[in-house]
Design a protein around this ligand. Sequence first.
Ligand code: GDP
Length: 290
Amino acid sequence: MVLDNLGSSLRGSLDKLRGKSRLDEEDVQEIVKEIQRSLLSADVDVSLVMDLSDSIKTRALEEEPPGGTNARDHVLKIVYEELVGLIGESTEIPLESQTIMLAGLQGSGKTTTSAKMAWWFSKKGLRPAVIQTDTFRPGAYDQAKQMCERAEVDFYGDPDCDDPVQIAREGLEATEDADIHIVDTAGRHALEDDLIAEIEEIESVVQPDLNLLVLDAAIGQGAKDQAQQFDESIGIGGVVITKLDGTAKGGGALTAVNETDSSIAFLGMGETVQDIERFEPNGFISRLLG
Ligand code: GDP
């Protein structure tokens, strides 16, 4: 089966179809309603949920289940395919030299993610370095340095310099032996003009191969504005969802993926450097529907 760990009410509705070989309108309505309920409570954008419901409804009623497939498995397959169509496969991360820049609001988990990603690349046999350009948040330097020590990866930052662009430039030179450069940037509490101006300047110096937008799993409907603004200013190639070890389901990431026409790269599953996973659609979709 494509999806496991479904929420109990959705599973209940699906299980009612077990003996059936065909779906009628009422069956489909009930299932779509359950799916809508799950997705909305997982913070998926309302208009995305509506579009998805329409496609599921149409396909479930129009498409013939392939021979030997019962109605339950047929509808589950459609739900899965439609969600994968929206979320996509994980962002491609080639295991070769590259520069990755992280963007996002303060507290989203950028600094933690930069060290986690460095740890992940080091386990793949590459030599990563983290460059900490967040001069805005007190403590960002110490936090990044400590986490990089724990991850046993190279680190560059300068607590005495308040110019992130200079730190970025010097950091790239100081870590030129590394294969992977992960550039952490400052966030703000909200999307302010100076945040955007700063990250654009850093981007022009760093010239990243990939910009990742870091989002807290609890972001909800606020994901849209952030995704739009960062995508317009630097171009977003992928999304990282953090704090998925909590109760939030990360549905806001779908909005970001949709807005930026990108995909999800990594998931943050805790506070330590090892708590990082590559995105994988099956588990994430089960969680959204759970
Ligand atoms: P930044 O301001 O974007 O750099 O955010 P930080 O990396 O400092 O993270 C903000 C807070 O969230 C810190 O207390 C982190 O320990 C915590 N955090 C980051 N990622 C995760 C995660 O995946 N799970 C949990 N539980 N906490 C996280």
